[in-house]
Each structure stands twice: as C-alpha cells, then as structure tokens.
Design a protein around this ligand. Structure first.
Ligand code: ZN
Length: 145
C-alpha cells in the first residue's frame, strides 16, 4: 500500500514539474479560466473542439503542485476523446473526489489524485481544472443548440 502511495506521489510530482500540454493553443475554439481563492491557483484551459471530438488541448497558469498535476493529467486524459466520453470521465472524477467513490478504470492515472481527498482544502486544487472543463463543455453544448 505504501509503495502504491509512493507511486501516486511520484506521478503527481512528475506532472507538476513537467506539466503536459502546458502552452497556449493557437487553434483553440474554446477557452475558459478558473481561480481557486483558497490556494491562489489560477489556470486557463484551451480546447480545440472539432465536431464532437476534442482534437487538442492546452493550459497556462500558476498554482500549487496538486492543481498543476491535476490540470496536466486532465489535458492528457481528454485529448482525442469525444465530448460524451469526456463528460463521462468528468462525472466519474468528481464522484471519486467529492463523494469518495472508488476510482473507475476509465480514470486511469487520475486515480493517483484520490489521495488528495484526505486533505479537504486541497480537493479544490484537484478539481479546479475539471470545473473549467465543465464550463467549456456547458458553453459548447449551449452554443450548438
Ligand atoms: Zn492549490
């Protein structure tokens, strides 16, 4: 169990030190910002949505290791997925983080973030990127209608 915890910590550390997709997305079709006043995390998420697929994703911002790692993992997770698939992962991630449910296979590496639940104040750091993603998906679906 402690080995597993170490592996999780390494994964989070790796993503926070070398965030994936950390760039402004020139071809972005959607962009939204999020701010977590409890910790000072501030991020901007860029998505390139084509039809019902997320073609590309990027983010910028500054914040703690948890928020950076969670955002980095989120971008890796959603790239290439359909909007329906992303909605699904988003829901499962929130249920894991906010309701304490066991991680599902669809969450993959995101499972590593479940340890954050032990620190309620940091849960907002871990869910920030996902709330921004949710904003974008909602505005996108409103636009389509
Ligand atoms: Zn934070």
């Amino acid at each position: 169990m402690s080995e597993l915890r170490e592996l999780y910590q390494e994964l989070i550390l790796d993503h926070s030190k070398k965030p994936r997709n950390f760039r402004v997305l020139e071809k972005a079709t959607h962009k939204s910002e999020g701010y977590n006043p409890l910790c000072g995390d501030r991020i901007t998420v860029y998505l390139q949505i084509e039809g019902d697929t997320i073609r590309d994703v990027g983010f910028q911002g500054s914040g703690c290791a948890i928020s950076k790692a969670s955002t980095s993992m989120m971008t890796e997770c959603v790239k290439g997925k359909t909007l329906a698939e992303v909605q699904d992962v988003l829901r499962q991630f929130k249920v894991m983080m906010l309701e304490g449910a066991d991680p599902t296979p669809a969450l993959g590496d995101l499972e590593a973030l479940q340890g954050v639940r032990k620190f309620p104040v940091r849960v907002k750091c871990a869910t920030l990127a996902w709330n921004v993603l949710e904003d974008i998906l909602e505005s996108n679906s409103r636009g389509v209608r």
